[in-house]
Write a protein that binds this ligand. Structure first.
Ligand SMILES: [Zn+2]
Length: 134
């Protein structure tokens, strides 16, 4: 057993399944240069490797879960609400980190990210997103 996929798939010539960057939560597509190290690849970019996941990022994840827990099962929140609850006056600096936190939670299957009420792929979604419980 390699990584999270069956040996049969690892032996096949098909690409391994995509996985999420541990920092930004965006989907990483397999690349040839990762052929030998795919199981160890955790970050989509040098920027994500440098930034990593900080204490404030975990606080944003917790804020999203907490805010959703206070609402109806099907209610949505804006990631900005988590940024405001964690960042106080400086919350605008946390807007993108809050979106990344939502993407990480989505990659873990804990939340769903929507736009105009429809589930979207947060790796490519542009514009405002909403988050609801999975
Ligand atoms: Zn990344």
């Amino acid at each position: 057993m390699l990584g999270g996929y069956p040996q049969a798939m690892a032996d096949a010539t098909t690409e391994p399944i995509a996985k999420a960057c541990v920092a930004c939560g965006r989907t990483m597509r397999w690349r040839k240069k990762w052929e030998r190290s795919w199981d160890e690849v955790r970050y989509c970019s040098a920027a994500c490797r440098r930034r990593g996941v900080r204490q404030v990022d975990r606080e944003l994840e917790a804020a999203i879960v907490r805010l959703l827990g206070c609402r109806a099962r099907s209610a949505t929140i804006c990631p900005d609400e988590a940024a405001k609850s964690v960042g106080d006056a400086g919350w605008r600096l946390l807007r993108e980190p809050a979106r990344a936190a939502a993407r990480r939670l989505q990659a873990e299957g804990r939340v769903v990210i929507t736009q105009d009420g429809r589930t979207v792929d947060p790796s490519t979604a542009k514009g405002p997103i909403r988050v609801r419980r999975a």
